[in-house]
Design a protein around this ligand. Structure first.
Ligand code: PEP
Length: 253
């Protein structure tokens, strides 16, 4: 059975007080209103992580937004997977398009970040997705294939089974342009077939694949109703407690 997950990505937003306040609202609402097995996750800036874990009471899981590929050492400004784990994080986003674009993170680098995250018992939320140019010139299947081949298909079946994938078309992130449910389902089915070809049908059927890109309370239900979409990675809407929790509640029975 694959996990249904709604993960918020706060990016570089919210000072300490704002973060605590928003998270407290989210925890209370999720506790009172969630009615199902879906997992709510917040991936926050580092200054918040320790406090959010303390406030979460296990109701909302906590994740980092990045980790370094090394265990420890002279990497000023970086954070290790072990550090994230030590404050109680359970998840870490790896390969977000903003990291690929602004920090020149390559598929190979992301593969090593994934390995170190798994070694430290974090669940990588591994992002893939094509740019608008790649969508328009029709190369997007090839791009996604490359990101999978070099980023995560180097893992053993056992390790791959521990990760969560997120399909995030770059043209939909923060733009208000959402992939249609049909466009998203087409890609999610393509990804699942690739997993089956690389590993086997069981691994494919048990991998959670989230959709990300301008997901909001209005479009979540239709997206999450697609057979191969197992939840969402939510940017902007995770900064508003009501919107985020309404997306989480999309899975309520
Ligand atoms: C994201 O940054 O992962 C994301 C999906 O952002 P938004 O929901 O704002 O498009």
């Amino acid at each position: 059975m694959r996990r249904k997950i709604v993960a918020g990505n706060w990016k570089m937003n919210l000072d300490y007080t704002e973060g605590i306040s928003l998270f407290s609202e989210i925890v209370n609402m999720v506790r009172d209103e969630k009615n199902g097995n879906q997992i709510a996750v917040i991936c926050a800036p580092y200054i918040h992580l320790n406090s959010l874990v303390q406030l979460s009471a296990g109701v909302v899981k906590i994740g980092g937004q990045n980790c370094n590929q090394n265990e420890s050492g002279a990497f000023t400004g970086e954070i290790s997977a072990k550090m994230l784990k030590s404050v109680g994080c359970e998840y870490v986003i790896i390969g977000h398009s903003e990291r690929r674009q602004y920090f020149a993170e390559t598929d190979e680098l992301l593969a090593s970040k994934t390995v170190i995250a798994l070694q430290n018992n974090l669940t990588p939320l591994f992002c893939i997705g094509e740019t608008l140019t790649e969508r328009n010139d029709g190369s997007y299947f090839k791009v996604l294939e490359r990101q999978l081949d070099h980023g995560v298909f180097t893992l053993s079946a056992e390790d791959f089974s521990k990760i969560v994938l997120a399909y995030e078309p770059v043209w939909a992130i923060g733009t208000g342009l959402t992939a249609s449910p049909e466009q998203a389902q087409e890609i999610h089915a393509f990804i699942r077939t690739k997993i089956e070809n690389k590993y086997d049908i069981n691994v494919a059927n048990n991998t959670s694949i989230l959709y990300g890109g301008s997901c909001n309370p209005k479009n979540a239900a239709e997206l999450f109703a697609q057979k191969d979409i197992d939840g969402g990675l939510i940017g902007g809407a995770s900064l508003k407690s009501r919107d985020f929790v309404d997306i989480v509640k999309t899975f309520n029975s």
